[in-house]
Write a protein that binds this ligand. Structure first.
Ligand code: ZN
Length: 452
């Protein structure tokens, strides 16, 4: 082929330089093909002319004669213009059938080389020995352009089917399988303390050899991206399920228990035994879908170091455990304020008798009716300061003293828990606290028998 090309060029050059009379005919026949003149012949002739300028005229005449013969022969050998048909429609006319076949072959060869897999036409492409009357004869390059415009190419590639539906097309099965493997790898953890137990696709995935349009071909990366693409439905069309196992050591926090101690006063605590955290080795299994955790399960747990319980001793002088602001005691009373610390008990005190229970608290803390009843006293009364007395019937009364303010009046029916005032330090008081009394038939008694 290259020989033939050289020959054409040489003959044209020589023709224009040395054989003016033949020029017109040669240019008219632009696909000149001097079938029986060899390149060697021409080369020899050319050298002869160059070496012997004296023989120029004679040589030129000889060359002209040869070329004229060649032209005559090529006319005789060339057939009618032939056509390339796509699905029966003429898309190009070439000089002859051979040229038409060569153009088709060249196009496929060129595309095969470019795409990297053997391609064929999706349409029926044929060569007809005779072009339509009056067709323009095209050069090979123009014919290739015409084929590119009027045909589509296919190759024997592969499709990745997701639940039976083709999703991605590749040039071969190998590429499709590799893209699937690469997709799996995307979702495997980099953390090498995790053991991969299983990797699989949620959907049914098949790689199927099939004819594929060249325009639809995806390379390795494109195929992987197509399987991860969430732009269509919001979800990737392919889901990689990974099951991982991990064993780790984790801390086990100690528990704290409380013991009542009769030697400690209320509010005092003492650590009898300090707590120490333990540790355990735990094996968990994780399930992930496209990298997102969807399930987690503890498979096994093995105690390495048992935690040591912390034991705290609590003062037992006053039992605090059942003190409740919302639940009434057995006697039907609730604790009458928010503070719980007792600063002074009922009974003998510095040669005197303390008539109630002093509950330490802050000025402004609410003071509640310990039980439902009727307000029988409400006002400032000497050493009690602002006080409220509520009668609960059956000779039972409660007193709330030293309050900052009073919010009920004599005769009011109050419900258990209803606010009667705010804690303060009025009357004979050295600091904000609630002085709370329980009175039975006019005599005070220990309030802790009634509230807890
Ligand atoms: Zn008191």
């Amino acid at each position: 082929m290259s020989n033939e090309h050289v020959l054409n060029n040489e003959s044209e050059k020589l023709a224009s330089a040395e054989a003016a009379p033949a020029e017109a005919e040669i240019t008219k026949e632009n696909e000149l093909k001097p079938a029986n003149v060899s390149a060697a012949d021409l080369q020899a002739l050319k050298q002869k002319l160059a070496q012997r300028p004296k023989l120029l005229l004679a040589g030129g005449a000889a060359l002209a004669a040869v070329l004229l013969l060649a032209v005559a022969l090529s006319f005789a050998l060339a057939g009618e213009p032939a056509a390339i048909l796509v699905n029966g429609q003429q898309v190009a006319a070439l000089k002859d059938e051979e040229q038409a076949n060569a153009a088709v072959a060249a196009y496929l060869a060129e595309q095969t080389k470019e795409i990297g897999s053997e391609v064929f036409f999706a349409e029926q492409v044929t060569v007809a020995p005779e072009a339509r009357e009056g067709s323009d004869v095209l050069s090979r390059n123009k014919a290739l352009d015409a084929l590119a415009l009027t045909t589509t190419l296919k190759t024997n590639g592969a499709a990745i089917l997701v639940d039976g539906q083709p999703l991605v097309f590749t040039a071969d099965e190998q590429t499709a399988k590799q893209a699937l493997e690469n997709l799996k790898l995307t979702y495997l953890p980099e953390d090498d303390t995790m053991q991969v137990l299983d990797v699989k696709f949620k959907q049914e995935i098949q790689v199927q050899p099939q004819e594929v349009l060249v325009a639809d071909l995806a390379n390795l990366d494109e195929a992987k991206l197509a399987m991860k693409d969430t732009s269509l439905t919001g979800e990737a069309p392919v889901t990689v399920l990974v099951v991982l196992e991990k064993t780790k050591v984790e801390e086990v926090p100690f528990n704290t228990s409380y013991e009542v101690d009769g030697t400690l006063r209320y509010g005092q605590t003492k650590v009898k035994q300090a707590g120490v955290n333990g540790s355990r080795e735990v094996t968990i299994q994780l399930a992930q879908a496209n990298g997102e955790e969807i399930a987690r399960q503890e498979i096994s747990s093995n105690t390495l170091v048992k935690p040591v319980e912390e034991i705290v001793l609590e003062g037992a002088v006053v039992q605090t455990a059942s003190r409740s602001l919302t639940q009434a005691s057995e006697a039907g009373m609730i604790w009458p304020t928010t503070a719980t610390r007792i600063s002074s008990y009922y009974g003998p005190r510095s040669g005197d008798n303390h008539s109630g229970l002093d509950i330490d608290g802050d000025a402004g803390d609410p003071v509640w009716a310990a039980k439902s009843g009727t307000v029988v006293s409400a006002g400032y009364h000497g050493t009690y300061g602002n006080e409220v007395v509520i009668s609960h019937g059956d000779g039972l009364q409660t007193r709330y003293a030293h309050m900052q303010s009073i919010s009920v009046s004599v005769g009011d029916e109050v419900e258990i828990g209803q606010q009667v005032g705010l804690e303060g330090s009025t009357g004979n008081s050295t600091g904000s606290h609630l002085h709370f009394e329980v009175i039975i038939n006019g005599s005070t008694t220990d309030p802790l028998l009634y509230i807890k």
